[in-house]
Design a protein around this ligand. Structure first.
Ligand code: WT7
Length: 653
């Protein structure tokens, strides 16, 4: 019944456009946006160089953009330290007492760390890592709940030039092991556990299982969070609070070349093996700093809440780096969105006077379903801006977000980007761009996006095609960790010509003939997006075929009204095996065990045979139609998008 009302509302709101706000501080008005875009296009070096010089460099750069991609460099002859720019710079400017991290644990504790305190904790982490043998260039794995120590550990790595690889706390032991091993991490930072839905999620046991017999791992540094009993390997394992007690509160920040590796973040591609996306120091720093400022129109007293976990790129760029680089308070909330009651988010916004809320469509849809009464109980008047990220947002959810959460007052920035891009690339600017439900609108200054067909030729506006990027940007990935060949093959080889590099995003998009606005349709490849978590159908398939009873498995995405997409698994069994509810559960459990809970297939369908072409290729298109057949979100635009996407995927196959 309420769904019906939302649907009508969404139809009324679609096609409507909402004007930019008048009180923006950074990019004020469409003319200002156009001037920036024109300047960036005419002379990217001067444009990005001017921005970069607003940050602190220990050795000034002479060059801005180096070789063309894939081997691109930014600010290559300069030296800097990202941690010093995010912390020391603000303390030196007299903002040491300003809150850097406002953290709330799921059980309800609230902790505020000022910039001075965060700098101290970061220095202690840096000193402890160094004492455990971590040197510049070494890899450190971070597998923590969303606690302030996670940010301090990341910043500590950046301070000494160690390369962090943060592993989302929802990943299972085998998934952790694969990542730690591939990165060759010498230290794993973890915790006894964390809180989620009132229960402890144990982390240390997963690490024990993950690193058993791994020669690269010399130490496991354990943060005490839940206080529960953990197994201990003497010599290897160290308590953070014990090491911290005798660590100095200041260590100098290393002067690092701009292209020094900053982090590796594993993400799903189209194969069963996750890709280690490598980001480097200077370009990532400039890109996340500038885009956070533009897109969120940041002000010194903002209380900025990005609800992502630091285990995903959104948490790297807009919980930690981009926000702290701007000297702004970042909110971290450890637990589940609806715990202990469905109004936890709204109570948090009200109690901490959050000014900017940046979250994912899947969360918005889930809240929408819980009803308007929960947010209406709280004073949300501190909010001035709302953001969306991770997947296409349907107009219905957009309209609800704007009305119920934003009080019809806050603009919504629908931000498109990827782990690979490091920073937001397509988004409205709140003071410049009229917004429209379901549209990420225009590329940011310096970004050249195009929509092309299977041959790389631009399609007419209004037609669906592949989204590509034709100009380098500072926070772009540099390579895949230890696999530059795959980097070139996946992202660059298909459409690039000598002197004209073309980056393939893997997303489908349509450009509006009227105003050039981009509508992002979703992935055209076998990467799917479940609740904003990126997953490869191949990863799920290999977990399934690992089960003794399974002969073959094929997974496809189907639309889901809450999670955006859901995994639908088609499974054929070996001779002598027969389908049962028990087996279905066992298969789901197997995926949870191999990858993590979030990857569990929504549907497991047993079938006698998988449909194949004469050459033996599984006909995924057919499976997608079967999987999607039952229901589609009550939103016609979603349906239309899905059919364009289906056609694009078909062309890809
Ligand atoms: C994929 C990247 C970037 C942070 C979170 C996800 C999809 C992301 C949007 C958006 C439509 C979006 C794309 C993209 N996506 N933002 N605003 N509208 N789709 O990072 O895990 O690297 O996934 O998420 O399909 O390629 P990621």
């Amino acid at each position: 019944m309420t769904d019906r009302r939302h649907e009508i509302e969404s139809l009324l709101v679609e096609g409507r456009s909402f004007p930019p706000v008048a009180d923006a501080v950074h990019v004020r008005g469409m003319e200002a946006y156009r001037a920036l875009a024109a300047e960036a296009k005419a002379d990217p070096g001067t444009f990005w160089g001017r921005l970069a010089r607003e940050l602190h460099w220990t050795k000034p750069f002479g060059h801005v953009v180096g070789a063309p991609p894939p081997a691109v460099t930014w600010f290559a002859d300069g030296e800097t330290n990202l941690c010093a720019n995010a912390l020391d710079r603000h303390v030196a400017a007299g903002r040491g007492d300003h809150t850097a991290i406002l953290w709330e644990g799921e059980p309800g504790e609230v902790v505020r760390w000022s910039f001075r305190r965060l700098l101290e904790e970061t220095c202690r982490f840096a000193a402890v890592l160094t004492s455990l043998g971590v040197r510049c260039g070494d890899r450190v794995a971070i597998y923590l709940p969303l606690v302030p120590e996670a940010a301090a550990a990341m910043l500590a790595c950046a301070r000494i030039g160690a390369v962090h690889t943060v592993i989302f706390g929802g990943f299972s032991a085998p998934a952790v092991r694969g990542r730690v091993e591939d990165a060759g991490a010498c230290v794993v930072v973890t915790a006894d556990g964390g809180w989620r839905r009132g229960k402890e999620v144990p982390l240390k046991p997963a690490v024990d299982e993950a690193v058993a017999g791994l020669a690269c791992v010399r130490h496991v540094l354990v943060v005490r969070r839940t206080g529960s009993e953990v197994a201990w390997t003497p010599g290897r394992d160290r308590w953070w609070h014990e090491e911290r007690a005798h660590a100095p509160s200041f260590v100098p920040a290393a002067s690092l070349p701009a292209e020094h590796p900053l982090f590796i973040l594993y993400t799903s591609g189209t194969t069963g093996k996750p890709k280690g996306i490598l980001h480097t120091t200077g370009g990532y720093m400039v890109g996340t700093w500038a885009t956070a400022r533009w897109v969120f129109d940041l002000r010194p007293d903002d209380v900025f809440w990005c609800t992502a976990d630091v285990g995903w790129v959104t948490g790297h760029s807009y919980v930690v780096y981009g926000i702290l680089l701007n000297g702004v308070t970042t909110v971290m909330y450890e637990g589940a969105p609806a715990h202990p009651a469905p109004d936890r988010f709204w109570s948090l916004v009200a109690r901490h006077r959050v000014t900017v809320l940046y979250t994912a469509p899947t969360a918005i849809r889930a809240f929408m379903r819980l009803g308007d009464a929960w947010p209406q109980r709280h004073d949300l008047s501190s909010l001035r801006l709302l953001g969306s990220v991770g997947e296409p947002i349907n107009p219905e959810a957009w309209a609800w977000y704007r009305r119920v959460i934003g009080g019809d007052r806050c603009p919504i920035v629908d931000t498109w980007w990827q782990t690979e891009t490091g920073m937001i690339l397509v988004s409205p600017l709140p003071g410049a761009t009229p917004t429209r439900p379901g549209s990420a609108t225009l590329p940011l200054p310096g970004i050249e996006a195009a929509v092309v067909d299977a041959h790389g030729k631009e399609v007419p506006d209004g037609a669906g095609g592949l989204l590509v990027l034709r100009r380098p940007w500072p926070a772009m990935m540099r390579t895949l960790w230890r696999d530059d060949a795959r980097h070139r093959e996946v992202y660059w080889d298909r459409f690039s010509r000598p002197g004209a590099p073309v980056y393939l995003t893997g997303d489908g998009a349509v450009r509006d003939p009227k105003d050039g606005y981009l509508r992002i349709l979703g992935r055209v490849d076998d990467v799917l997006n479940v609740s904003g978590h990126r997953l490869s159908t191949m990863e799920v398939e290999s977990a399934l075929v690992g089960h003794d009873a399974v002969a073959e498995a094929a997974c496809v995405a189907r639309p889901d009204p809450t999670t955006g997409e859901a995994v639908c698994a088609f499974v054929t069994l070996k001779q002598g095996q027969s389908p049962s509810e028990g087996l279905r559960d066992a298969l789901r459990h197997r995926v949870e065990h191999e990858i993590g809970k979030f990857a569990r297939p929504a549907d497991v369908r047993f079938t006698d045979a998988l449909p194949k072409t004469r050459s033996g290729k599984i006909m995924r298109r057919l499976l997608r139609d079967v999987a999607a057949g039952r229901e589609v979100a009550g939103d016609t635009s979603t349906l239309e998008d899905y059919s364009v996407l289906a056609r694009l995927r078909e062309e890809e196959e």
